[in-house]
Design a protein around this ligand. Sequence first.
Ligand code: MG
Length: 377
Amino acid sequence: MTVEVESLAPYAASETASKGRRFDEPPAAYRGEYQRDRDRIIHSTAFRRLVYKTQVFVNHEGDLYRTRLTHSLEVAQIARTVARALRINEALVEAISLAHDLGHTPFGHAGQDALNGCMRDFGGFEHNLQSLRVVDELEAKYADFPGLNLTYETREGILKHCSARNARQLGELGERFLQRRQPGLEAQLVNLADAIAYNNHDVDDGFRAGLLDLGQLREQELFGKHFDVVHKKYPSLEDRRLIYEVIRRMIGQVVTDLIEHSATRINELAPRSIDDVRSATGPVIGFSDHVFAQHAALKEFLHKNLYRHEKVSTMNKQTQVMVERLFATYMADTSHMPDSFVQEGSKDGDSKKARIVADYIAGMTDRFAIAEYERLC
Ligand code: MG
């Protein structure tokens, strides 16, 4: 049964134009196919683990900070608002949003960089590609197929970027990276909703952690102008509420701009189908130049002042050592891993073994990786 909003635009992803699943399945009785993808993602093991995985702050540093799970929920919230306004497929953007970070290692980008270093001679490690690997291969739940057997459009949205070498191994899904084509609007949207979510929640988390102060934040155009409005209206508001009043305005402004600018682009291009969108010369969903510049400046500011902050860097160095030592330990003796991994790992050469070790480490939560490090190293 096809369950879709009647008002879906012709350029939206739709079940009728879907490229389908890798393994054919009968349709669900009361759910649309993208809803079904979303449900499979929510019930996956990798999704549950996101709650104990670092976004910026390592999970045990405090209960107040975003984790990969709450980040993914915020991405879904933003993306759904925009999808509804543009009449594109809300169920699909929700599925992509909830799955987009499933392949993240413990300890955030520091963990991914360390694992990529360990995998240098074995094809590398990339969290985005790993997200696809989780839903295509690693989730073991169904009798008839590996992974979650998601629709092509959800998988297309999960794979945001990809090297030419990896793209060649991915069949139809990799073709757009070789032919420089675009993904559907839903995929384009989640990519930007991701950036809106972290730009804003990292200001909030960074401020509450005491790593960013109001003085430096006010120098940012996007933050500064909303700060002035809030401060004028509520001169004696305490910082906790003040910063949230600023952030909600920042999100409101960039989301509104994203909707309005994208709607203009859609009108100009007038795509009649998702395939028109895919063959457009560039992305259709996007900010106006002015807001893009503000958004990019804030992102750059966060890189310099938060992600590379001395305290964050110190923690990153510690966690990178943990990942490297764990990788070396499992490579030297695979019997430290659970039986299911050992059996597979013992069959082939080092490259196959390394990939299995990388899959095992990537699947760990922060706290499990720390416990394993303490147990083995
Ligand atoms: Mg993300």
